[in-house]
Design a protein around this ligand. Structure first.
Ligand SMILES: CC(C)(COP(=O)(O)OP(=O)(O)OC[C@H]1O[C@@H](n2cnc3c(N)ncnc32)[C@H](O)[C@@H]1OP(=O)(O)O)[C@@H](O)C(=O)NCCC(=O)NCCS
Length: 414
């Protein structure tokens, strides 16, 4: 079956996580992604957090599937000549180096347009133009500067970062959307364009509801936050603990086994429409019509008590038993799944969301496949390339003879 982006060539200058997330998705949609790495060095993540000595790390293999790998020194004159040919040959260049790195190599946006006016040039940086534009940025810096950390955690604790990589993978996803829009626009204009995503902006986009709450605060307290009704609200959107953040209150409650299992918990949302059935299920039918409990407004005054009662019931059930009882009642809820449970979940294997891949040096490992499912363009996950595995193939495709490939190797350009 053909793929959505068949025929699109990506010059992949990305490293670490944010850029590679984006180009891995482009590869899963069928683009030919040529990952460029420094000869002898490669993407730093190949060697980071290695579980098996001298074998590409899971950090690398799980972010670089379905790509081809080429080494090229883009600071060397012969390397620059090859890089220029690659810019002519490709449709999209993606990079997430420190600010100015490509300019310093001599490849400014103006120069790239001269070489190939159809080129779409996409970049991730930590910040957009402004006081921090020259800063290097990693995931947690973006979470802290994009509004996530100040609104995550409990009121009596420090700001918290989340395990979801909203700065890195989140920005990669935003960049992907920009590249696809630019490719579509190019079909009409024939011209490439610059696509830029700042990690701070992407995190803030994902924290949009918190900027909503910041403005609501000027008009009164935020009743769905755990600080209501007895806590103190300052002048900024506070940390919201495990509150649901929407109009329907939710919280995490203990389930059977919580004393020894760190993940024996379930998230329950007390959606107004199902309060009666929920009250009956937890053994409190008298609360269905009690005016102190029956309406959402009445419950907002006593949410802690509401979830205490629910918890007394959930502590007598495993998280899966509670789910089985509450789901048919249309009570929105979800067990806290551990990574172990997720890795063993066969329904995620069936959909290709969790995939087992074979690698010549490490053997079999699990990765997360393409979470975006296209009916006419299925994604099959292929292992990541070894450092420089496809250098000769790519050089041949841009017109190099065997002798010229030998010369490029001898000069250290590749
Ligand atoms: C992630 C980040 C902090 C890493 O910083 P770093 O490890 O110091 O790496 P840099 O991006 O500065 O690149 C290092 C150097 O290698 C050079 N380099 C990279 N690939 C090369 C190649 N194929 N050939 C020759 N030189 C190469 C770069 O040009 C740069 O040189 P310079 O400092 O002389 O300009 C930084 O790249 C960054 O802030 N990126 C943007 C934000 C981002 O994506 N962060 C999230 C990462 S998940």
């Amino acid at each position: 079956m053909s793929k959505a982006l068949e025929g699109v060539r990506i010059l992949d200058m990305t490293h670490v996580q944010s850029g590679p997330t984006c180009t891995q998705l482009l590869a899963w949609f069928g683009a030919d992604v040529i990952k460029i790495e420094r000869p002898g060095v490669g993407d730093a993540t190949r060697g980071q957090l290695q579980d098996i000595p001298n074998v590409d790390s899971l950090y690398f293999t799980m972010l670089n599937a379905n790509k081809r790998g080429m080494t090229l020194n883009t600071k060397d004159d012969d390397g620059k000549a090859i890089f220029t040919k690659l810019i002519k040959h490709c449709d999209v260049m993606v990079e997430n180096f420190a600010p100015g790195a490509l300019d310093r190599m001599g490849f400014t946006w103006e120069r790239i347009q001269e070489i190939n006016p159809r080129m779409i040039y996409a970049s991730v940086k930590g910040f957009g133009p402004g006081p921090f534009q020259d800063c290097k940025v990693y995931e947690n810096v973006a979470q802290c500067t994009g509004g996530s950390a100040s609104t995550t955690g409990f009121d009596d604790g420090p700001p918290l970062v989340t395990g979801a990589q909203i700065g890195d993978s989140g920005t990669g996803l935003h960049l992907l959307a920009g590249i696809l829009a630019a490719l579509y626009q190019r079909t009409n204009t024939g011209r490439g364009q610059r696509v830029e995503c700042a990690m701070q902006d992407s995190v803030l986009n994902l924290c949009r509801v918190k900027l909503r709450d910041q403005q609501r605060l000027a008009h009164g307290v935020l009743k769905e936050y755990p600080q209501y009704p007895n806590g103190v609200f300052g002048d900024t959107a506070p940390r919201s603990g495990n509150a649901s953040g929407g109009g329907q209150p939710g919280w995490i409650v203990k389930c059977k086994g919580w004393e020894t299992d760190a993940n024996a918990y379930i998230y329950i949302i007390t959606q107004a429409a199902v309060w009666g059935k929920l009250a009956e299920a937890i053994g409190h039918p008298e609360l269905v019509d009690d005016p102190e409990w029956a309406t959402p407004d009445a419950r907002l005054q006593r949410l802690e008590e509401v979830f205490d009662l629910i918890e007394q019931w959930t502590m007598t059930k495993t998280k899966f038993e509670a789910m089985d009882i509450l789901n048919p009642l249309n009570v929105p809820c979800g067990p806290i799944l551990s990574m172990k449970e997720i890795s063993e979940d066969m329904s995620l294997r069936d959909t290709g969301t969790v995939v087992e891949v074979d690698h010549p040096e490490r053997g079999k490992y699990l990765t997360v496949g393409n979470p975006i499912k296209l009916s006419d363009s299925p994604s099959d996950v292929q292992r990541s390339p070894l450092l420089g595995e496809h250098t000769d193939d790519v050089l041949r495709e841009i017109g190099f003879s065997d002798t010229e490939i030998g010369e490029a190797r001898a000069s250290g350009a590749v």
